[in-house]
Design a binder for this molecule. Structure first.
Ligand code: ADP
Length: 233
C-alpha cells in the first residue's frame, strides 16, 4: 500500500539553488529505504520536506494522506505525531534521565503518567536499554545515546521513522548494533523507515531498497541495492 508519494517535486531555496529538481518517488507502508547520493545532491532537503521543516516550492509531498506542503504551521503537529526522527547528533536533554527523555515526547502530547510509563518501558525494551532508565545521557556511550533517541522516536508508535545519518558519529561495530535495532523495529512494528546515509558498509550489508539522488532528482532506485560503485558518493 502506498504510504509516501512525492510527485514532480521542486525545492528552490531563496538563493536560487534547486536542491530538489523534479523528484518523483513512491514508498510503500513497511518499506526500509536508504537514501544516498553525493554531498549536495538533496538528501537533507528531501528529509526536511518529509517532516515539514521545509516546504516544497512546487509539486506534492504526501505522507499517509497528508499533503505536507499544504500544512499550516499550526497544524504541523498532525504530521509530526505520525513520525519519529533520529538525527546524527543525539539531541538528548542532558538534565533528564533516559526514562524522562523518552517520556518527554508523550508528556508534550498531554498524556498521563500512567499511560506514558508502559509505552516508555516498551520503547526502551525495543532498543535494549530497559536497565538504563535511570541513567543520564552523559553516563551512556554514543551507541546507547543513539538507542535512547530511537526509543524516543518510536515511543508514540509512529508509522514513519526518518533517520538522518544516524550512525554518522558512531564506530562500525556500534553502527551495526544500531542498524540491527532499526531492522527489528521495521520488521516487528512494521514501521516504514527512511534513512539518509553515507555508510557504504551498512548499505551493502542490509540489502534494502536504495535510492540514489543526483542534483535533486532520482538517479537510481534498486530493490535490495548496494552502495554505488562510485567512491565519490
Ligand atoms: P545533501 O544532504 O545531499 O548534502 P542538501 O539537501 O543539504 O544536500 O543540499 C542540496 C543543495 O541545496 C546544495 O547545493 C546546498 O548548498 C543547497 N542548500 C541546502 N540548504 C540550503 C538552504 N537552507 N539555503 C540555500 N541553499 C541550501
Amino acid at each position: 500500500m502506498r504510504f509516501i508519494e512525492i510527485k514532480d517535486c521542486y525545492k528552490v531555496y531563496k538563493n536560487g539553488v534547486a536542491a530538489i529538481a523534479g523528484l518523483n518517488l513512491n514508498i510503500n507502508k513497511g518499506e526500509f529505504v536508504f537514501v544516498i547520493g553525493a554531498s549536495g545532491s538533496g538528501k537533507s532537503t528531501l528529509i526536511k520536506m518529509l517532516y515539514r521543516e521545509e516546504k516544497p516550492t512546487k509539486g506534492i509531498v504526501e505522507i499517509g494522506g497528508i499533503n505536507v506542503g499544504k500544512l499550516r504551521n499550526r497544524t504541523v503537529y498532525k504530521l509530526r505525531r505520525k513520525l519519529g526522527i533520529v538525527f546524527q547528533d543525539f539531541k538528548l536533554l542532558p538534565k533528564l534521565t533516559v526514562y524522562e527523555n523518552v517520556a518527554f515526547a508523550l508528556e508534550c502530547l498531554g498524556m498521563k503518567g500512567s499511560e506514558i510509563r508502559p509505552k516508555v518501558i516498551k520503547a526502551l525494551d525495543h532498543v535494549g536499554l530497559k536497565d538504563k532508565l535511570r541513567s543520564f545521557p552523559n553516563e551512556l556511550s554514543g551507541g546507547e545515546q543513539q538507542r535512547v533517541c530511537i526509543a524516543r522516536a518510536i515511543v508514540n508508535n509512529p508509522k514513519l521513522l526518518i533517520c538522518d545519518e544516524p550512525t554518522g558519529n558512531l564506530d562500525p561495530k556500534t553502527s551495526k548494533g544500531i542498524m540491527e535495532v532499526l531492522d527489528t523495529i521495521n520488521k516487528e512494528l512494521g514501521t516504514t523507515i527512511i534513512m539518509a546515509t553515507h555508510d557504504k558498509e551498512i548499505v551493502n550489508r542490509m540489502k534494502k531498497r536504495v535510492i540514489v539522488l543526483d542534483s535533486g532528482v532520482l538517479s537510481e532506485d534498486h530493490e535490495k541495492g548496494r552502495y554505488k560503485a562510485s567512491e565519490s558518493i
